[in-house]
Design a protein around this ligand. Structure first.
Ligand code: CAO
Length: 545
């Protein structure tokens, strides 16, 4: 029996790295090459595999520590040192380098060898993007296609994400331009040099390895392979609302491996690590929660599975693939429906005067090239209602013990598109007038329908408006777009007889449905919010106050 000290291996050039995860618990038995801990530089994460077989005595560092090559990180009790010659290092500083993982991970982020040059031609024609040097001959999995055909990309934008068993890496675009073909597919296994996509590249922003640069301003007749910049490993997921274009999961290779082994979909796991990183404990807790839920199911409290049915036994069928947006919407809706205790409150606003005023703006709107619909007034009135009822401009903090009060006022607007439902956000709606809001609604809705919304245009919403007024219906219960706490569903306005105290008079009535998260909003809060909103819509003069 001997206690051996494991030290930080060669970091491939990085001076110091963060300890982001301790993979084991003291007392755990350790097999050769088991991951002891996970290190992270600003470019890559890497597992430090054990060079010994035995049991973990203790860690010599804590999560969050900053370490450099040669620093002692763990003590491992080795059953018989003489039996472990292969990986036992003579020099402690080389202890973990014996395993090539760290070296390979660092190679993945090596700076480009050739000098980059700028190209300033008008158009560069079609350019074939290939997998850059990934520092290994092994094929790696394509785990995400980040763009769609027709998307405009900037140089450096992520085209797809690869994952080896040691690291994830973004494959960035070598050029600015339009994606005309995506050659790789999710689940493919690709090697260095494999074809990824074809871009219709445009001038000015392209930067390529000097040896393979394309300088002709003429459109290329056939796609030319161009080495993109080196991949960026282990990127961050971006969207607080899990919006489509930012669907990545931030997790290290060890965690991804564990998730795969347990059949866990990482997108369903809430990361508690720094910057929302998913850690092993998150996966364990996720699995425990699922098991508990299924146990409860046996006594009737869980969510029973919907049985899968072979519909072909009843008639002709076809299987239609869900779009990425449809899949994300399905996951988000289920998550929100299950997590948020919903209450929906209904009311009607008398918009007779609002409609008269809106119609009076028609001529000026035509001159300005702006169409004003009831939605513009709804956004404006919602912004004012949020400010007057700040509890609706909150989210529950991750610790479940605090509220986050927002002092900005961004309103999301559900847009129905052929690809599915998306929610672009009108930023600082409280500071904008009706003309500006109307122009923004038109431009965001057009981008949404063309699939051109940028992730930033779909982030940061405080409250969502879902208007089915142009489509029809007299009421529906919208699902809260968590972590927001309220959503307004608007149906089609109709002229109705309204009693004015003396007689029935025809008034244009707008049906409203306010769904809210009852963990954050009380019925009284909702009643006040709705009454305030109805007052604003019924008499626009209050908006000026
Ligand atoms: N009642 C009656 N008519 C209404 C109305 C209402 N509540 N709201 C809008 N209209 C009218 C408009 O005034 C416009 O008519 P005019 O041109 O004669 O004025 C017409 O309906 C068409 O409006 P639009 O749809 O082009 O524009 P909009 O500003 O009303 O809506 C948008 C924009 C993006 C909200 C809408 O197009 C859309 O996508 N709605 C669907 C949202 C959705 O899917 N929600 C469900 C999400 S949960 O599944």
């Amino acid at each position: 029996m001997a206690v051996e000290i494991v030290t930080v291996p060669d970091l491939g050039g990085a001076e110091s790295v963060d300890v982001i995860e301790l993979s084991l618990t003291p007392g755990d038995s350790v097999a050769l090459e088991d991951s002891l801990l996970v290190l992270e530089s600003d470019k890559a994460t890497m597992d430090v595999p054990s060079p010994y077989e035995g049991s973990l005595v203790k860690y010599l560092v804590a999560e969050g520590a900053v370490v450099k090559v040669g620093d002692p990180i763990a003590e491992v009790e080795v059953a018989d040192v003489a039996d472990q010659p292969v990986h036992k290092p003579a020099d402690p500083a080389a202890a973990v380098v014996a395993d090539e993982q760290a070296v390979e991970a660092s190679e993945l982020v090596a700076e480009p060898q050739a000098e980059s040059i700028a190209v300033s031609a008008e158009t560069l024609g079609e350019q074939l993007v290939v997998v850059p040097d990934i520092g290994s001959d092994d094929a790696v999995d394509v785990i995400e296609i980040s763009v769609a055909v027709g998307d405009q990309v900037e140089e450096g934008d992520t085209l797809l994400v690869l994952e080896s068993d040691k690291a994830t890496m973004d494959v960035p675009s070598s050029h600015a331009g339009k994606v005309v073909k995506i050659i790789a597919a999710e689940g493919d296994k690709l090697r260095t040099g494999a074809e990824v996509a074809i871009l219709e590249a445009v001038a000015g922003a392209a930067a390529m390895d000097g040896a393979e640069s394309v300088k002709s301003p003429e459109p290329a007749k056939s796609p030319e392979p161009v080495k993109p910049p080196q991949p960026n490993t282990n990127r961050l997921a971006a969207s607080e609302n899990a919006q489509p274009a930012a669907s990545g999961v931030y997790a290290g290779p060890a965690v991804r491996l564990l998730a795969r082994e347990l059949g866990v979909d990482l997108a369903q796991v809430s990361g508690t690590g720094p910057r929302g990183r998913v850690q092993k404990d998150d996966i364990n807790n996720h699995v425990k929660a699922k098991l508990q839920a299924s146990d409860q199911g046996s006594v009737g409290a869980g969510i029973p599975q919907v049985p899968s049915v072979d519909f072909s036994q009843f008639g002709e069928i076809e299987t239609v693939a869900m779009s990425k947006i449809h899949k994300l919407t399905a996951a988000n809706m289920q998550r929100n429906w299950l997590n948020v205790p919903h209450v929906t409150q209904f009311d009607e606003a008398d918009i007779t005067e609002l409609e008269a005023f809106r119609k009076s703006l028609k001529d000026e709107g035509e001159k300005r090239g702006v169409r004003v619909t009831p939605v513009s007034f709804l956004i404006k009135a919602l912004a004012a209602s949020l400010q007057a009822n700040p509890e609706f401009n909150r989210s529950l903090a991750g610790d479940g013990e605090n509220y986050i009060q927002k002092h900005y006022c961004h309103i999301g607007m559900a847009v129905d598109t052929p690809r599915g439902l998306v929610v672009p956000v009108i930023k600082n709606a409280n500071e904008k007038g009706i003309w500006e809001i109307s122009a923004e609604i038109a431009s965001l809705a057009a981008s949404a329908r063309e699939g051109k919304l940028k992730p930033a245009e779909m982030q940061g919403g405080c409250f969502t408006l879902s208007s089915l007024g142009a489509i029809g219906g007299n009421g529906f219960t919208p699902i809260v777009n968590s972590p927001e706490v309220g959503i307004l569903g608007v149906s089609k306005s109709q002229i109705k007889p309204v009693w004015d105290g003396a007689e029935f008079v025809p008034r244009m009535m707008l049906p409203l449905a306010l769904s809210y998260d009852h963990r954050v909003i009380n019925g009284g809060d909702a009643g006040r919010f709705m009454t305030y909103l109805v007052k604003l819509l019924s008499d626009l003069r209050y908006l000026a106050l």
